[in-house]
Design a protein. Structure first.
Length: 315
């Protein structure tokens, strides 16, 4: 398969090609150093639109990749006990070091066949009802929840709407808010609108350095505000959807550093960084928070989002 190349990565691709072709060990070492230096330079100066492109990279690590690397003895649970199984949401039970946890996440594919099976990570109402079942299981056995967010949005098809897409997401928002157990969500790729929020209400919101979280896609925003698809870069900037923006706004609690070139370039290093952050926040929530405090702080966290003080300059 041809390696996907983003526009701003073309120079990196040329350096990688030279590195592969180079036979001399000394020159190979110099090229490797030059490649790493260029990666750091490019990835430390990405525009919001560039970050959107990285968040959507076909080879970017998905929920399944993190489940395989972070959790042991994972047992997948399926179905919503109402209509069917939605492969766009994966969930089950696993161990994070010594902690038994409930895992829920959006599932995307790497190849076309996988993406068709998982509906490109766009969940139907059955997926959100399955997620609710898993949270109910966590409540019953007093086990914390970890969710992985990676979706462009909930599936907007007629069938999904007829089967209660809106109410499924709304019920999850209410249920997640009231669940008396620790919940941590991680935005690993795209965090799109209500589709992300359907499994995103939590005590801690972590976001990968090159992930995004937004009420609408830049393309959708450009179409609505300017009726012009050439304005997507402007829209990406206006939406403040990057990890850095979300942390400044108090929405994200922590930004997880990615290796230069994105998480897909060094999967094991990325998994190690994320595991460290998850254990830190999980232990903090488990050790320091009783149920009443947990629910109170969760409620206050979301009440504060979008609240700003406006200074009146008039005398």
């Amino acid at each position: 398969m041809v390696k996907p190349i983003l526009d701003f990565e073309r120079h990196l691709f040329e350096l990688e090609k030279k590195l592969e072709e180079e036979k001399d060990p000394k020159n190979k070492k110099k090229l490797k150093q030059a490649l790493q230096k260029e990666k750091k330079k490019i990835y430390s100066n990405l525009s919001p639109w560039n970050i959107v492109q990285v968040a959507r990279h076909p080879k970017r690590l998905s929920t399944i990749d993190y489940i395989e690397r972070l959790f042991s003895s994972f047992i997948e649970l399926c179905g919503d006990r109402f209509f069917g199984e939605d492969k766009a949401i994966v969930g089950g039970i696993g161990w994070l070091d010594g902690n038994k946890v409930i895992i829920i996440g959006h599932r995307k594919g790497k190849e076309l066949k996988e993406n068709l099976e998982t509906n490109f990570g766009m969940a139907h109402p059955e997926g959100y009802r399955k997620a609710k079942r898993l949270v109910e299981l966590g409540c019953k056995f007093n086990k914390p929840i970890i969710t992985f967010i990676d979706t462009s949005g909930a599936y907007p098809g007629i069938g999904a709407e007829e089967r209660g897409q809106a109410i499924a997401i709304a019920e999850n928002l209410k249920f997640f808010f009231e669940a008396p157990i620790p919940i941590i969500s991680v935005v690993v790729g795209e965090g799109g609108s209500g589709g992300a929020l359907g499994i995103g209400v939590s005590d801690r919101i972590l976001i990968l350095e090159h992930a995004i979280y937004s009420v609408i896609s830049p393309e959708g925003c450009a179409a609505i505000l300017w009726k012009d698809q050439t304005q997507i870069e402007k829209a990406a900037y206006a939406l403040h959807l990057t990890a850095k923006d979300l942390y400044k706004l108090g929405i994200a609690d922590s930004v997880i550093k990615e290796p230069p070139g994105g998480c897909h370039n060094e999967p094991e290093k990325m998994a190690k960084n994320l595991k460290k952050a998850l254990l830190f926040h999980l232990n903090e929530l488990l050790l320091k928070k009783d149920k009443e405090t947990l629910l109170k702080e969760r409620f206050e966290k979301y009440r504060k989002i979008g609240m700003y003080l406006i200074q009146n300059s008039s005398k």
